[in-house]
Design a protein around this ligand. Structure first.
Ligand SMILES: C=CC1=C(C)c2cc3[nH]c(cc4nc(cc5[nH]c(cc1n2)c(C)c5CCC(=O)O)C(CCC(=O)O)=C4C)c(C)c3C=C
Ligand SMILES: [Fe+2]
Ligand SMILES: [Fe+2]
Length: 324
């Protein structure tokens, strides 16, 4: 067994071409941690096929508008490279990337880890807040693929880290820099929206801690920022169910009706830019805001490779390694 430690950055993944949109969505809707249908695979696969086929045109429209693919892999690989450098003097760490619904998929990553003979793996999902649909799903799939490959490393999961101080400081620092880009950079005259990825209310009612952890992140950031007008809201709902409220588009309309002219949006559940930040917030909601009379609407970039964020990831890795 190798005495090096594999650090695996887990993320959702995204289609690397327009042709990949439908199979990517099929993988997502096949995930029993997102939807679980009775009778398992017998009903899950046809259901996933149908929903992927129905959603593909709308999703492809979003990916087409941001260059024909998701940039999530590039951003995640850049984070992995920066983290590898940051960890260089701290121990025998090798940083890898693992995606849940598009390449490099978990089975490919597990085969590589097995081949390199790692005895220790730190799974670090790039989701600050825990949800069964994201971190839970990444962990379950990793364990399933390890069983399938007959590979039994010791696995440490970094379950949630929304309260990591360097992570929160990097967001505060990003928002203070964005503030200066407004024609009237007085926070009293800029509405600040924290927009999180939504979740079906049914999953929250079933005990998922995501909403509570999003709220705790929001409260901590507000305490540090001391910004007069802030709102927490939820974007990216899919399908007919009731999702967490208030919805971001409703909040944009309400604030515009109340006379807001400057708005800054921060994607609070994401640590890299992708279709939800670049298209949904950056194009669709920007058009909505302008049509409603908000003259200055900006979306802050996600943390991507912000040095403070890389320091946060380094600290999470070092805390996950038990003392010798
Ligand atoms: C339908 C159920 C979905 C749940 C529940 C869900 C939770 C969830 N997702 C993220 C982060 C991301 N989601 C992304 C894309 C995306 N998500 C869903 C569906 C659910 N997500 C779909 C169908 C898609 C594809 C795009 C679309 O059709 O609108 C992405 C972006 C990937 C990319 O292409 O770059 C991220 C990231 C979180 C944090 C979350 C739970 C709270
Ligand atoms: Fe999602
Ligand atoms: Fe306000």
């Amino acid at each position: 067994m190798s005495d090096r430690v594999a650090v695996v950055l887990c993320n959702l993944g995204g289609p690397d071409s327009l042709a990949a949109v439908r199979p990517f969505l099929f993988n997502l809707f096949s995930d029993p941690d997102i939807f679980r249908l009775p009778l398992g695979w017998l009903t899950q696969r046809p259901f996933a096929s149908l929903i992927a086929w129905r959603r593909a045109p709308e999703a492809a429209h979003g990916y087409a508008a941001i260059g024909g693919k998701s940039p999530i892999l590039e951003y995640t690989c850049a984070q992995a490279q920066a983290l590898q450098q940051a960890l260089a003097d701290s121990g025998p760490f090798d940083v890898h990337v693992c995606m849940r619904y598009w390449h490099p998929l978990t089975d490919e990553v597990v085969a590589m880890l097995k081949q390199k003979n790692y005895a220790r793996v730190i799974l670090l999902p790039l989701y600050p807040q825990y949800s069964i649909t994201t971190t839970g799903s990444a962990y379950n799939e990793f364990q399933r693929q390890c069983r399938r490959a007959n590979y039994q490393p010791s696995v440490t999961l970094v379950r949630q880290w929304y309260d990591q101080p360097d992570y929160q400081a990097a967001i505060v620092n990003t928002l203070r820099a964005e503030l200066k880009k407004f024609p009237d950079p007085d926070p009293a005259r800029i509405e600040l929206l924290f927009s999180a990825h939504g979740l079906p209310q049914k999953i929250v009612n079933g005990g998922d801690p995501y909403e509570r952890q999003i709220r705790a992140t929001y409260d901590a950031l507000c305490a540090q920022l001391d910004w007069p007008h802030t709102t927490l809201c939820y974007q990216s709902r899919v399908g007919p169910l009731e999702w967490l409220r208030p919805y971001t588009d409703d909040v944009i309309r309400e604030k515009a009706a109340a006379g807001v002219k400057q708005m800054l949006v921060y994607p609070i559940a994401f640590v890299s830019d992708h279709v939800e930040t670049l298209f949904e917030l950056g194009i669709t909601y920007a058009e909505l805001a302008r049509a409603q009379g908000i003259a200055h609407y900006r979306v802050a970039p996600a943390l991507n490779s912000h040095p403070g964020f890389i320091a946060a990831l380094k600290s999470l890795v070092l805390n996950a390694v038990p003392a010798p």
